[in-house]
Design a protein around this ligand. Sequence first.
Ligand SMILES: NC(=O)c1ccc[n+]([C@@H]2O[C@H](COP(=O)([O-])OP(=O)(O)OC[C@H]3O[C@@H](n4cnc5c(N)ncnc54)[C@H](OP(=O)(O)O)[C@@H]3O)[C@@H](O)[C@H]2O)c1
Length: 307
Amino acid sequence: MKALRVYEYGGSAALRLEEVADPVAGAGEVLIQVAAAGVNPIDWKILSGAMQAFIPLPMPFTPGVEVAGTVIAKGDGVTGFSLGDEVFGFINIVGGYASKAVAPVEKLALKPRSLSALQAGAVPASALTAWQALTEHAGVQRRQKVLIHAAAGGVGSMAVQIARYLGAEVYATASAHHHAYLKALGANHTIDYTAQAFEEQVSGMDVVLDLVGGETQKRSFAVLKRNGVLVSPVSAPNMTLANDYGITPVHFATRSDGRQLSLIAGLFDKGHLTVEVEAYPLSDAAAAIDKSLGRHLHGRLVLDTTR
Ligand SMILES: NC(=O)c1ccc[n+]([C@@H]2O[C@H](COP(=O)([O-])OP(=O)(O)OC[C@H]3O[C@@H](n4cnc5c(N)ncnc54)[C@H](OP(=O)(O)O)[C@@H]3O)[C@@H](O)[C@H]2O)c1
């Protein structure tokens, strides 16, 4: 099979396209013929070596946390999936940038029928992150005011739609050229964070979903109601500020969860969610990584592993 492999930490130039032996599905795993692999910021964070203290990886490794494709072999004890099933999932911390990948069945769900394989490959990590942030960590309720930073990006574009599905009033920060896209996704209010400080434009938020970190996160305390929730998968909110403002701070890492992904697949098929992707051939993954590193995306990036 084809796989992108990394022999030493670095930038996108560290990716090498190679022909390697197929992986073998172990007990409770399936082998997937990968059609598409999503590109996420975690991929270049891992590639750079910045995560090696928390996520030590043997060299060489293949980046990529999520795929969509077809089940072509089953390990011992696998039930619930059949050969030929089209699946998608947040499979692991690495392994997706390849034409085949193994995954534990509990991390997979059947691909939404309404999505192409390229769209489905770009969904699992970002949709699970947005779903877990808004439902499990922030407990968003109907008519609550929810501010989403970096709303036009991968997680943000899912979060805008999920927050609207949950009945929230959605405030979204992004550069002005993303505003029509965000309105189409369901944002009630768009804020150009490059033109004016967001804290001068919004207040009384029940929830802030921080997808930026740093100063943006720090400045977000001031726009929340007392007892509001500041939730971030990027970095832990400052506890002193949380106490001063009476805010519940939440920092979390996304959990891979096939059952939850199945629920999310249903939301795509019922028309509550949609995803816009920009596809690159596997052989041009370096360009996709560089684009993700630029941090000004609109929707999701995906690798077409058939090219
Ligand atoms: N811990 C976990 O488990 C976990 C899981 C998923 C994601 N994450 C993290 O969450 C973050 C977001 O991920 P992602 O995939 O959504 O990233 P992304 O797609 O690369 O986000 C790009 C978006 O960020 C916006 N942006 C950049 N700076 C901004 C600012 N100061 N204010 C408002 N918007 C800004 C850009 O909008 P403009 O073009 O308008 O600038 C662009 O649309 C990443 O750091 C990622 O690593 C963590």
